[in-house]
Design a protein around this ligand. Structure first.
Ligand code: PEP
Ligand code: MN
Length: 262
């Protein structure tokens, strides 16, 4: 398998906007759940820039559980993201949901996110495998580690070797969190693959009071970085309003993490 340590012993390092993901240092991917407006996105990005975070996430095509919920701004959202990223010197990480969105979306995107619900979307994985864009592949809601690795293999086998794995919690019987962060997946993936591993604390927790602790745990077990969501006014957010940090909480989060990684 292309993902395996047998195929490649040394860690894959993927350089995005000067950040070398997989180099042993922690990297941070932050931003709103969804792009809602230029102001909303740029307020978050400005705060991120103050904290030295240079990888901007934000959804323009949103895979919502209900078809009646906000579905994202589409291409207009991508335009906002890329404008804000340019202004703040950041790279854009955003989800693409289907093969037919690729042509219009790719020019705006530095890293393509494949969301949890699409981890098994093999035609999308194959199509992205034919590009040279870095891919952030999220673990499926109910995918085993083996299935997760094989989803990555779909991309690698087509020739795109720039795959970042993202553990984002799995579905269990536990209801105290939205998903259960499978912390053991991190060292297992680091052992069995050479790919960088990021932990998304926001979508695993589904609540924001434990994000700092989860991020510390992720880095302690060897994650190459952390993803989390930030919104200027989470209570008014059009998606994931319960779990996005506000700007003050984001500052506290980054300050607390920096203390343990120094
Ligand atoms: C997201 O990161 O915007 C998202 C929808 O996450 P997931 O696919 O992990 O649910
Ligand atoms: Mn979200």
């Amino acid at each position: 398998m292309y993902y395996s340590r047998e195929y490649q012993q040394e860690d894959t390092i993927i350089t995005i906007n000067g950040e070398r993901i997989g180099d042993g240092n922690p990297h941070f991917i932050m931003g709103p759940c969804a792009v809602e407006s230029y102001d909303q996105t740029s307020i978050v990005a400005e705060k991120m820039a103050q904290q030295g975070v240079r990888l901007l996430r934000g959804g323009a095509f949103k895979p919502r559980t209900s078809p009646y919920d906000f579905q994202g701004l589409g291409v207009e959202g991508l335009q906002i993201l890329s404008r804000v990223a340019r202004e703040q010197g950041m790279a854009v990480i955003t989800e693409i949901l289907s093969v037919d969105q690729l042509d219009e979306a790719l020019p705006y995107v530095d890293v393509v996110q494949i969301g949890s619900r699409n981890m098994h979307h093999f035609p999308l994985l194959k199509a992205l495998g034919k590009t040279n864009k870095p891919i952030l592949l999220k673990r499926g809601l109910s995918a085993t580690i083996e299935e997760f690795k094989l989803a990555a293999e779909y991309i690698l086998a087509e020739g795109n070797k720039n795959v970042i794995l993202c553990e984002r919690g799995i579905r269990t019987y536990e209801t105290a969190t939205r998903n259960t962060l499978d912390i053991s997946a991190v060292p297992i993936l680091k052992q069995e693959t050479h790919l960088p591993v990021i932990v998304d604390v926001t979508h695993s927790a589904g609540r924001k009071d434990i994000l700092t602790a989860m991020a510390k745990a992720a880095l302690a077990v060897g994650a190459d970085g952390v993803m989390a969501e930030v919104h200027p006014n989470p209570a008014k957010a059009l998606s994931d309003s319960k779990q996005q940090m506000n700007l003050y909480e984001f500052d506290c989060f980054m300050d607390a993490i920096r203390k343990v990684i120094r």
